[in-house]
Design a protein around this ligand. Sequence first.
Ligand SMILES: *Cc1c(COP(=O)(O)O)cnc(C)c1O
Length: 355
Amino acid sequence: MIPIAEPSLKGNELKYITDAITSGWVSSNGKYVSMFEESFAKFCEVEYSISCSSGTAALHLALVALGIKEGDEVIIPDLTYISTANAVLYVGAKPILVDVDKSTWNIDVNKIEEKITKKTKAIIPVHLYGLPCNMKRIMEIAEKYDLKVIEDCAESLGSKVVSVHTGTLGDIGCFSFFGNKVITTGEGGMCITKNKELDKKMRSLRNQGMSSEKRYWHSSIGFNYRMTNLQGALGVAQLESLNLFLKKKIENAKLYTKLLKNIKGLKIQSEEGNVYWMYCILSDKKDEIIKALNKESIETRPLFIPIHIMPHHNSNQRFPISQDLSNRGLSLPSSVNLKKEEIKRICKIIKGVLE
Ligand SMILES: *Cc1c(COP(=O)(O)O)cnc(C)c1O
């Protein structure tokens, strides 16, 4: 069986986890949490890195730290994982959906301004499947209307806009380390920022709002969003392999593209700056492709379902691009350890369906 995504845990993961267990520090105190934060900040070339318990928690922390609250509106793409939208609801604000672009599949920057009102306080661009958004345009809009920008980088660790990492262009960047993400800590998340005040706020918020100067003095309503030392140990080991992971993911994607690009009736997401968290394709014969691959024990995954359809976000507005991508899109196996022969086999099956 070829899975859609499986973690690669062949470096120092076991060694560091064993060390964490032997040391007795299994909760959120212990050296690996801060080591992970420091290495992560260094990798992203950013000042501050705040670990937390999940990517969803990271988005929630970012919104609270930026003061987004009830009555505010936050602009997000219609095509994303549910967390982006739910985090906005957690703070009592309203997610305002914007359709996506048909070639990048990311938020359509030409449709953002028409959704801005007096209540708009922030934009959350999502670098979907590892492809960076048009951050230049998004930052121009944010500046013009005085909006905060939280980058949802849950799928884009390692991808860059020109020469800077996604997550460092807006006010805060949020990452996820769920089992199928670019690197994993089992469950886990990270916020990055250049802003010292925001760093301090998020550190306090993830730890029940406790003051950094006075123990058990809780200056605001915080959360228990702390990362454990065990997760940190995994994270440190995973970061050591990150450059190799990225290299392999890009190599795998290039082979997919080479083998798939001339097949009629098949489209791929645009590629500029993509780190290919998941390699995705579009086809009218999506169901037949899924079936044919499934028969050969090859796992696939449909694209996300548009947020506007979800019962708790229900909107009568139309988002034709997002809807179309979701109808026709699927992800192909994208693990780091995928073999060239496996990619060739997958592409041959797809070709067989379409030709
Ligand atoms: C995975 C993901 C998240 C949430 O991360 P968790 O760690 O699962 O909470 C948020 N946004 C996007 C786009 C994601 O893919």
